[in-house]
Design a protein around this ligand. Structure first.
Ligand code: GLY
Length: 346
């Protein structure tokens, strides 16, 4: 992984060194307009072919993959080709899946352009597509050949999308230590510069350390799902409402509920939960849900792909950086945690 202030020289060096037989690039309508122009001169030198997809989660499906696989075939892509994923989480997830399955796997380079993709989706090797309404049901865990992080791409990101990725950075703080957690709160406003790049580097390295311990999510990597059991349910339930929450926004609220469970079940320090909830209320959109939505949220949690034997499983904390994965709270405790979260957002 490389953190870069400009991308042209590094990309040229990378493509020259690897001598790929052909170069393909995946963008969506947004990154095609705002980010592709920054790398176009290099791509032209290497005769790259660009696939441009419609933006949005709806594109992340098997039909899109089939169409790219067919185009790769038609354009003569062989096993020495490379796919460069220039985009947010949708592009790095889908592109990673297309690349790691085409002819049983070609190289891929992630150039994340959103905060969510920089902090989370572009590293660790998880990729995949949705199966109807079910998110990331089909995919592989295969690491990219490299990841180039160019923080200045975030200049084109709106505030809500920045915060959505930032929530995953705060999650990494909870998984590391109190200093990292408190430091992360300082970056709630995006300001490009050395301090921000340093924060990003340290923050992504927290994820990398956890992934290195457990690349295939048998144990410690489950902690990267902290906030996600309740967060995914919130994300799904608000998806068809007047105010759908972005993934990271829903996870930010999910973390409040899962901190409540961590306090009640494992003695997580209450003052750190209170501090986080205050921070959340001041900075994030609240889910427009009511107390009588708890049953619908529980129903969605029962479908969570992390469950086993019909039990809803959680990744919780005894303290900042002290993990409890595969926790199984009873349904009353889950309901209380969701009520706490909803009341905090009112
Ligand atoms: N996004 C969580 C993980 O990579 O495991």
């Amino acid at each position: 992984m490389k953190f870069l202030s400009g991308i042209v020289d590094e990309l040229e060096r990378f493509l020259s060194k690897q001598a790929y037989s052909s170069v393909f690039v995946l963008t969506d309508a947004n990154t095609n307009k705002h980010c592709l122009p920054k790398v176009e001169s290099v791509l032209k030198k290497f005769g790259a072919h660009v696939f441009n997809l419609s933006a949005g989660e709806i594109t992340k499906n098997i039909d899109t993959c089939i169409s790219i696989w067919e185009d790769l075939n038609r354009l003569g892509a062989d096993r020495s080709s490379i796919l460069i994923n220039l985009g947010g989480g949708m592009i790095t997830d889908l592109g990673g899946f297309v690349a790691t399955t085409y002819k049983r796997g070609i190289d891929y380079l992630n150039i994340p352009t959103s905060m969510l993709a920089m902090v989370d989706a572009s590293s660790g090797g998880k990729n995949g597509i949705n199966l109807g309404a079910l998110k990331n049901q089909v995919g592989t865990i295969t690491s990219p050949t490299d990841v180039f992080i160019v923080p200045s791409f975030l200049n084109t990101l709106d505030r809500r999308n920045y915060l959505s990725g930032f929530a995953e950075a705060v999650k990494h703080g909870f998984l590391n230590d109190v200093n990292q957690l408190k430091r992360s709160y300082n970056f709630v406003e995006f300001r490009l510069g050395d301090e921000f790049t340093d924060f990003l580097k340290t923050n992504v390295s927290i994820k990398q350390i956890i992934v290195a311990m457990d690349p295939f999510e048998k144990a410690e990597r489950k902690m990267l799902n902290f906030g996600h059991t309740i967060g995914h349910a919130v994300e799904s339930l608000t998806a068809n409402s007047a105010n759908p929450l972005l993934h990271g926004e829903a996870v930010a609220w999910g973390m409040a509920a899962e901190l409540f469970l961590s306090v009640s079940m494992y003695g997580f320090p209450q003052h750190l939960m209170t501090e986080y909830v205050d921070f959340l209320r001041h900075n994030f959109e609240a889910p427009l849900l009511q107390i009588n939505d708890i049953q619908s949220l529980m129903e969605l949690m029962r479908q969570d792909k992390k469950n086993r034997g019909g039990q809803i499983r959680f990744s919780l904390l005894r303290d900042v950086g002290t993990f409890v994965y595969d926790a199984v709270p009873d349904e009353k405790a889950i309901g209380d945690a969701v009520a706490f979260m909803l009341e905090a957002g009112l």
